[in-house]
Design a protein around this ligand. Sequence first.
Ligand code: PGA
Length: 235
Amino acid sequence: MKIIAGNWKMNGSRELLDEMMGALGELHTENRVILCVPYTMLRSGDVSVMIGAQNVSKYDSGAHTGEISAEMVAETGASVTLGGHSECRAAQQDTNADVAKRAELAIKNDLLPIICVGETADERDAGLTHKIIEQGVRESIPANAKNGGFIVAYEPRWAIGAGITPTTEQIAEAHKIIRDILDEMGFAETYILYGASVTSANSAEIMSIKNVDGVLVGGASLKKDDFIPIIQSVK
Ligand code: PGA
């Protein structure tokens, strides 16, 4: 089984979600499909798709105007959340410790966190890719994480939304680093997704790379005709 997760970012509508869930319901895929949607569209998923948020607060509750807690997301019936997506890390200056706090609260509230890690272009150019990925994984996984109770997504920040896809070797190398660290930490059952510029044209090849257990899809998750072929491309 592979995991195909969509990240709608600040796009879509309840109507589009209804339409997408209807289409996904007719697929009868063996794979797990997740849609991470804006807060206002959160609700329970169904047998064919799990619904998730794109972030949760690092606080339990209190005077944090505009924030949404993990408990509130869970109350909608949603069952997943992204954590540490590069756009959130950039917008909120999140450190790995902040991401770990968000993931900790997600787990505490029975949400499945998808913890995103990845290097910027400057970090890659400076030869820091391995270090950034390693720190991202070690420091963003919270103490209450259980083997298989969270997902890691490798998202090279220089490729997200840019239409650039890393080479097969670059993806394989990053996923091997993550797999080795997860094994060492006792998290061998944890899925590792690849995310950045995934389309139906490259998804089959990407998902055939060793240690790639699925994909996290931004732009191409918004249209049925783009997203469904990605799910069907799994070999
Ligand atoms: P993209 O986004 O597929 O549009 O590059 C990926 C992501 O942000 O998760």
